[in-house]
Write a protein that binds this ligand. Structure first.
Ligand code: UD1
Length: 419
C-alpha cells in the first residue's frame, strides 16, 4: 500500500512551477490520432492518466515516446480501432478517444464508461451528437460498437448542458467531417480553447472556442505540429488552497492568470491577498482564514467543480460558516467524511455542504476516494496538528505530478511511504 505521511502544521512558503493541464493533455493526445504526421506536445505532466492515454495510443498502433516533459506521438501506423476494457476502466475519461478513433478509422469499439467515483457518468450527449454526425452506434452488454458509412458529416448540435467531454468529442469528430458542424451551448473551458488551438495549428478550421457557439468547418487532412499544453489551473487552485489552509505565502509560476479568475474571489473572501503578474501569482494568507459566503460550482467561467474539495479543506480552518453548492456532479462530497475524521465540522444536505470553521484540525489516518477529494485531504493534513496518513494515493497520481515533492519544495513535511 502507498501512503502520504504528513506532519503538520507547516506554513507553506516559496515558489513552484505549475505543471501542464491533465484535462488538456488527454484530449490533445486523442487529437494526435487525427494527424498524418508526428505531433509533439510540450509541457505534458507525468501523470498516471497520461500513461493510460499513452497505452491507449500504443494499443491503436501509434508510437509514443517521452522526451523530457514532451510527448512525441507518431500516429502514422494506426491499425486498431478498439480500446480494451481494462484501459477504459482505468480512466473513464478515455471516452474522449471515441470521436477521434471513429473519424480516423470509420469504426470504434470500446466499453461503456459506466459509473465512477463522482457518481453516474452518462455519455448520452456524446452519443447523440455522434449519431447526428452519421455514426451508427450499438450499445450492447456494456460495449459500444460505432461505425460510419463513409466520412462523418457536419451537423447542428445543441447541447442541453455544456459538457466538456462531449464538446471535445464533437470537435474531434468534426474537424475531418464533411461540411460544417455548429455546437451551441458548447463548453467554454480553457482546455477547449487549447484543443481548438492545437487542431487549428494542425490545419483544422475551428472558430468560436471560449464562447458558447463553436463552428467547425471540416477539412480534408491534418498534419502534426508542436504545441505547448496550457498550465493546470486546478493544480494551481490546489496549491493556493494549501497555502491558504496553512497561513502561508507562495508564488506560483507558469500559470495563466485569466484561467484562475473564477477561483480568486473565494480566496479573497477567505482573507487571502493575491497579486497577479503576467504568468505568475503570489498568494498570502492571514494567520486565521475567514469564511466564504457561498461557492457554487458551475461550468466555466463559473467556479470549477474540480477545485471545490481543496477549497473546502481550507474553509474548514476558517472562522465562520462557508457554504458550498455542488452543481456539476452528483456524488462529489466523498472527502467530507474523511475531513470529519480530521476534526472538521461539515454538514451535507444533498448538493449543499455547510462548513463551520474550527480553530484547528488534528492529524488522523484518512483515505482518498477520488482525485480532487484526495487533494483536499492532503490540504487538510498540511493544516492539521500531528500526523496524517493519506491512503488512496493512486487517485492523486492521476492528476498531480509528484505532489509530495511539490509540497516539500514549499516547506511541507510530507513523504510517500510504500508498505
Ligand atoms: C471534465 C473534466 C473533469 C471536470 C468536468 C467538469 C476532463 C478529462 N475531465 O469531465 O475534471 O470535473 O469536466 O468541469 O476534462 N453529462 C451528461 N451526459 C453526457 C456528458 C455529461 O449528463 O453525455 C453530465 C455529467 O454527468 C456531469 C456534467 O454533465 O454531471 C458535466 O460533465 P462533463 O462536462 O462532460 O465532464 P467531463 O468531460 O466528464
Amino acid at each position: 500500500m502507498v501512503k502520504l505521511l504528513i506532519h503538520g502544521p507547516n506554513r507553506l512558503a516559496g515558489e513552484l512551477n505549475v505543471h501542464g493541464a491533465k484535462n488538456s493533455t488527454l484530449p490533445l493526445m486523442a487529437a494526435a490520432l487525427l494527424c498524418r504526421s508526428e505531433c509533439v506536445l510540450h509541457n505534458c505532466p507525468h501523470l498516471s492518466d497520461v500513461d493510460v492515454s499513452a497505452r491507449i495510443l500504443r494499443h491503436l498502433g501509434c508510437a509514443v515516446t517521452w522526451q523530457g516533459g514532451s510527448l512525441v506521438i507518431d500516429p502514422r501506423c494506426v491499425t486498431q480501432c478498439d480500446i480494451p476494457d481494462g484501459l477504459m476502466r482505468e480512466m473513464r475519461s478515455s471516452i474522449v478517444f471515441l470521436g477521434a478513433i471513429l473519424s480516423r478509422a470509420g469504426r470504434a469499439v470500446l466499453s461503456f464508461p459506466g459509473g465512477c467515483e463522482l457518481g453516474p457518468r452518462p455519455i448520452d450527449l456524446h452519443l447523440q451528437a455522434l449519431r447526428k454526425m452519421g455514426a451508427k452506434i450499438v450499445e450492447d452488454y456494456g460495449c459500444l460498437s460505432c461505425s460510419t458509412e463513409g466520412p462523418l458529416h457536419g451537423a447542428a448540435i445543441g447541447l442541453s448542458f455544456p459538457s466538456v467531454g462531449a464538446t471535445e468529442n464533437i470537435m474531434l469528430a468534426g474537424v475531418l467531417a464533411e461540411g460544417t458542424t455548429v455546437i451551441t451551448n458548447a463548453a467554454r473551458e480553457p482546455e477547449i480553447c487549447d484543443l481548438a488551438d492545437f487542431l487549428n495549428r494542425c490545419g483544422a478550421k475551428v472558430s468560436g472556442a471560449g464562447g458558447s457557439t463553436l463552428v467547425i468547418e471540416g477539412v480534408k487532412r491534418l498534419y502534426g505540429c508542436e504545441h505547448r499544453v496550457i498550465p493546470d489551473r486546478i493544480a494551481a487552485a490546489t496549491f493556493m488552497s494549501a497555502a491558504a489552509a496553512t497561513g502561508g505565502c507562495i508564488r506560483l509560476n507558469q500559470i495563466v492568470p485569466a484561467h484562475l479568475e473564477p477561483v480568486l474571489p473565494s480566496f479573497e473572501e477567505l482573507g487571502c491577498c493575491i497579486e497577479m503578474e503576467e504568468s505568475s501569482l503570489r498568494i498570502s494568507a492571514p494567520a486565521r482564514l475567514g469564511r466564504i459566503k457561498s461557492v457554487r460550482t458551475m461550468p466555466y467561467p463559473g467556479f470549477p467543480t474540480d477545485a471545490q474539495a481543496p477549497l473546502m479543506a481550507a474553509a474548514c480552518v476558517g472562522s465562520g460558516t462557508s457554504i458550498f453548492v455542488e452543481n456539476i456532479f452528483e456524488s462529489r462530497y466523498k472527502h467530507v467524511g474523511e475531513l470529519l475524521r480530521l476534526g472538521a465540522n461539515i454538514k451535507v444536505e444533498g448538493r449543499v455542504a455547510v462548513v463551520e470553521g474550527v480553530p484547528r484540525l488534528s492529524g488522523a489516518p484518512v483515505e482518498a476516494a477520488d482525485l480532487r477529494g484526495g487533494a483536499a485531504l492532503v490540504v487538510a493534513g498540511l493544516a492539521a496538528r500531528g500526523a496524517t496518513e493519506v491512503t488512496g494515493v493512486r487517485y492523486m497520481d492521476r492528476g498531480y505530478e509528484n505532489l509530495e515533492r511539490s509540497l516539500s519544495l514549499l516547506g511541507a513535511d510530507i513523504r510517500r511511504e510504500y508498505e
